[in-house]
Design a protein around this ligand. Structure first.
Ligand SMILES: [Zn+2]
Length: 509
């Protein structure tokens, strides 16, 4: 009954969209069946236009990755055709852009896309990358930033993508794929940013749905080693999400979420990477066996899911109007990555999932992790120059997380325990949300106005100027002793009532 109603709703929705698409949309077709030499055939009909010339763009950068990835390098055999099927000569300007003359007469554009896998194999030893497109064995991991582009002159248009796929393959994604027949799916996205924001895993399904409050969560898994493992993984994910929900005040700010998890057997050790999106996360894992996977998943899945707070619900104009070719980076990576990583280490202690000793070990891990970086640089500067400062950027996951800890304790101190970073994030979500960005230069003043005047100086000193973060002083306030010579953190003997009450407010211990 429910399924039937859903189907009718989808049909009405899709026919409205396709009527529009004849006029204004990008109409893409992707063929996963005739894939040859690791290359996928792609074609599209441009939106109706009157342009003498068009500049076609493949992304140089994408949201969530702070390095130039140049997706144009995977494109070959780029051709344009008029209504009669005649070839129109195109000019490739550089890696990521093409000039198409007489765009108004172009009826179709075709090209081939190679998988990003082999290249990335060389770059990161034996790793695939969660923002690339690749095919392996019987699975396709598709990120549309690898497959689709846009015209500089025709932005903010809808996308309709028809996917030709193997019989039996299922599309796992945050977007709703409509099955036209056994080998054809159709999906629509409001614009390019939203298309790129929803990767898809195509394979014979091993999927489990869980419900957390009002949020429907899809756990989709692919491994050559095990075709029915999503249930095991979803039990672990469910436990994390229930705790994250409680940590976030009882409600998750999304209705649907998808974990797309790919596993591959590697000889020794374990590797993992994830990339967050508004309503999904792609996680890639390599390990010898599956038994340690649920545990390893906890760290990455937890971090990526916490991104639903920021940048997804709290972000600047630079993120909202992301320029895929020449992006201006926001100055607030301390927020997007630092605060996300802080929530990832703070939530387990606050929710009584780990012991005090484990929590202190995690803090020590971050302190040691800071070692390889220049800790006197302005975080604002590293943020806006992240592409050039790749050697410093990873410090947002170390020092950035510890900055979050210091901010949390400072806020608890000023508010008599009432307000910390959890409450701050809720206030910011309320003020902004997914479609309302903040101005980059305003954020520190906004947070100060929402909290305490003293907080402006905190940001000036530790984010803008780059003074060493006040770790010893902050931990002391919660009755913890940070010994800089040994980089260890221990509980002090006989803490005062004030220290104990701040500790209680901060980590519920
Ligand atoms: Zn992150």
């Amino acid at each position: 009954m429910n399924k039937f109603l859903l189907l009718i709703a989808m049909l009405v929705f899709s026919s409205t969209l396709s009527a529009q698409s004849l006029m204004n949309n990008y109409q893409y077709e992707i063929n996963l069946i005739n894939e040859k030499n690791n290359k996928i055939q792609v074609s599209f009909v441009p939106p109706k236009n009157n342009l003498k010339e068009g500049k076609f763009v493949m992304p140089k950068l994408i949201p969530g990755y702070y390095d130039a990835l140049n997706f144009g390098r995977y494109i070959s055999e780029f051709k344009a055709f008029n209504k009669k099927g005649e070839n129109i000569a195109v000019k490739r300007l550089d890696t990521n852009t093409w000039i198409i003359p007489n765009l108004k007469n172009v009826a179709k554009i075709t090209y081939e896309v190679s998988g990003g896998w082999e290249h990335l194999m060389q770059k990161i030893s034996s790793a695939k990358s969660p923002e690339s497109m690749f095919k392996k064995d019987s699975v396709f991991v598709i990120n549309y930033n690898s497959l689709a582009g846009y015209f500089e002159e025709i932005k903010n248009r809808g996308y309709t993508v028809t996917v030709k796929k193997n019989r039996g393959f299922y599309a796992s994604s945050a977007l709703d794929y409509i099955s036209k027949n056994d080998t054809t799916d159709i999906v629509s996205a409001k614009d390019y940013r939203r298309l790129v924001d929803a990767p898809v895993l195509y394979c014979v399904p091993d999927t489990t749905w869980i419900k957390i409050g009002n949020t429907n969560v899809l756990v989709s898994f692919y491994s050559k080693e095990d075709q029915s493992y999503s249930k095991t993984l979803s039990a672990k994910i469910e436990k994390i999400l229930i705790n994250q929900q409680a940590y976030l005040g009882g409600k998750l700010p999304v209705n649907k979420y998808a974990f797309l998890i790919y596993h591959e057997k590697i000889p020794k050790g374990m590797m993992g990477d994830g990339l967050e999106h508004n309503n999904s996360t792609v996680c890639l894992y390599g390990s010898e066996t599956l038994d340690k996977l649920p545990e390893a998943l906890m760290g990455i899945a937890s971090h990526e899911f916490f991104h639903i707070l920021t940048p997804l619900n709290v972000h600047s104009e630079e993120v909202q109007n992301f320029n895929f070719l020449n992006p201006i980076l926001s100055r607030h990576l301390w927020l997007y990555e630092g605060m996300t990583e802080y929530a990832t280490i703070h939530m387990p202690i606050k929710q009584h999932m780990i012991t005090m000793q484990q929590f202190l070990k995690n803090i020590e891990g971050k302190i040691k992790g800071m070692d390889g970086f220049n800790n006197r640089l302005s975080m604002t500067e590293i943020s806006t120059n992240a592409i050039k400062m790749q050697d410093q950027y990873m410090n947002f996951y170390q020092k950035g997380a510890l900055l979050g800890l210091c901010l949390d304790i400072r806020l608890r101190e000023l508010s008599n325990g009432k307000t910390g970073t959890q409450e701050l994030m809720q206030m910011l979500i309320k003020k902004y949300g997914p479609e309302k960005p903040f101005r980059d230069e305003d954020l520190f003043n906004v947070i100060t106005a929402l909290t305490f005047p003293e907080i402006r100086q905190f940001f000036k000193d530790y984010v803008e100027t780059g003074l060493p973060i006040p770790l010893k002083e902050s931990l002391q306030k919660a009755g913890l002793d940070y010994r800089e010579s040994t980089k260890t953190v221990i509980e002090i003997n006989n803490p005062s009532t004030a220290q104990l009450s701040l500790r209680k407010a901060w980590i519920n211990q």
